[in-house]
Ligand binder design. Sequence first.
Ligand code: CDP
Ligand code: MG
Length: 663
Amino acid sequence: MKIAYDEALPITARHDDIAAAIRDHQVVVVAGETGSGKTTQLPKIAYELGRRSIAHTQPRRIAARSVAKRIADECDVELGAEVGYAVRFDDRTSADTAIRLVTDGLLLAEVHGDRRLERYDTIIIDEAHERSLSIDFLLGYLKQLLPRRPDLKVVITSATIDVERFAEMFDAPVIEVSGRTYPVEIRYRPLAESDAGDMLDGIADAIAELPRDGDILVFLSGEREIRDAAEFLAGKKLPRTEILPLYGRLAAGDQQKIFSDHPGRRIVLATNVAETSLTVPGIRFVIDPGFARVSRFSQRLKVQRLPIEPISQASAAQRAGRCGRVADGICIRLYAEEDFEGRPEFTDPEIQRTNLASVLLQMASLDLGAIKDFPFLDPPDSRAVTDGLNLLYELGALGTHQSGAQRLTAIGRSMATLPTDPRLGRMLLAADRLGCLADVLVIVSAMSIQDPRERPLDHQQAADEKHKRFVEPDSDFLSWLTLWKYIREQRDNLSSSAFRRMCRDEYLHYLRIREWHDVHSQLRRTAKDLKLKPGNPGADPDLVHQALLTGLLSHVGLRDLDGREFLGARQAKFMIFPGSGLAKKPPRVVMVGELVETSRLWGRTAAKIHPEWVEDVGEHLVNRSYSEPHWSRKRGAVMARERVLLYGIPIIVDRLVQYGRVD
Ligand code: CDP
Ligand code: MG
């Protein structure tokens, strides 16, 4: 393999220091601005030192592929020979592969079959500042492993954010690679309104304001936003301008286009992949609307969501920096300077944004040991850990219930493969088994978004009138299905502008409906990837509710005989939210999608259920007690009265059962 370095890359100036540090230390931290050459050059330095089995991790598949290709090109070898990559469903490596690009998730999965990571002599954890769960798990795992693998070398790279944390964790030297960057002028051009249409106009105005002679990088929050913007800009017929989308799910060939030479001007519409993972060459200008999709646990909905949020100051700086690499640049931010000043400095690590139950589930499935012993960079709060363990036990994912002993059940193992919130994942698995997955996919996606039915204060009555059609008397979950069907029909029959108008007239929030669709198609795709069978909608509602109940056992309530208040799990008292179709005539036993605490505790999205379902689905949770054993001549057996409690709720009382069998 031919190893040569580009003198123009900032990292080349520190080549000898880095090589020496790797030789003398087990762990080295390399920090430097994006584009300084860390990702492409570090594995070559390790190779030069005689390392022949290097794992080089990337947060994203798209980066693993393109970095492997780039290094292979630089070293003048075939991709898949000495330099290769392996990501889920796609392995381009061979026996000769010395530099192996992998996603950090994949390396973590390899721990399972290779506890001491024996197949590697070197591990480069790239982009550690991203602080995804996978990265935090890997860092913790390596921390434990390193004393037992003295021959293993680790290089951690990071943008210049919070570098000392990594150095302290491993007692490692830090080598800073000073990027040679050009000044970037920041211009603030806040949008008049914050809707999607205005954003597109804002982008068009920004393009018009910029000089015509340089490539532009526009940051958008997702694939859908990119497609919308591409269509919108195509309509503008900008002369000698090529528009290129860039996102993770794009076909590999299309991703590669950003590295090709081109005449005229290029506008790249990219997700966060272009923020640090991928360096789009030749960018002179950046347009930054200031948003990104962030996976976050919603305390209110108690589910993991993917809301679009304002980015942190550090992210904004990274984005701006993308246009100062070859010459002076201009970055137009589509928000106000005061807005920027008010933003958080850094994006919080994923472990702080994730439901602890899913963290625990993943740790258990990866066999990482008890959470309390794991050397986390930021250990989670112990209270949250207990809650998480309880929830996993409730969902049937953990077989034992002693904190620390995380024995995963078969269900738990399947749940860990689903990228959804554990409660929702549990529902999907049950639905698959019960043959009602198509319906439950719609409902579960609805539970991950905000209710698209709007009730503006000054038009409540009109809105309720419009929404009445969708109400199913015994189940708000079924109302979701009715609404979904209606929306699908309308969407198929109306032009897109007529559909938007319909939404407005009928008090439906267009963007949330779109979000609902997006979440649904994504979940459906994932379900299919995992060999679940969505089938067709229209299953028996009882089955749908039983599937939902598997994820909602601690959201069951029993109504006072003569009141409206429900006794919930662990003595909580709640009422059904006034907007619910069940509020007027509440049934005796319900399950609710969420429990929301405001002036009092409210159960939102409710459905009537049968106590026997609870007994059945919650078999591992219920307590049974017996009283008044007596001889029944009629039955010829000793009979007793049975009482079934779920989290202290007497789901069944006074059921006559044969005592002999119980005893
Ligand atoms: O990792 P870091 O951000 O420090 O830099 P890098 O990704 O190693 O990029 C170093 C240089 O290689 C940049 O100028 C990139 O534009 C270039 N590069 C490229 O042209 N094609 C690739 N597939 C990857 C990097
Ligand atoms: Mg990099």
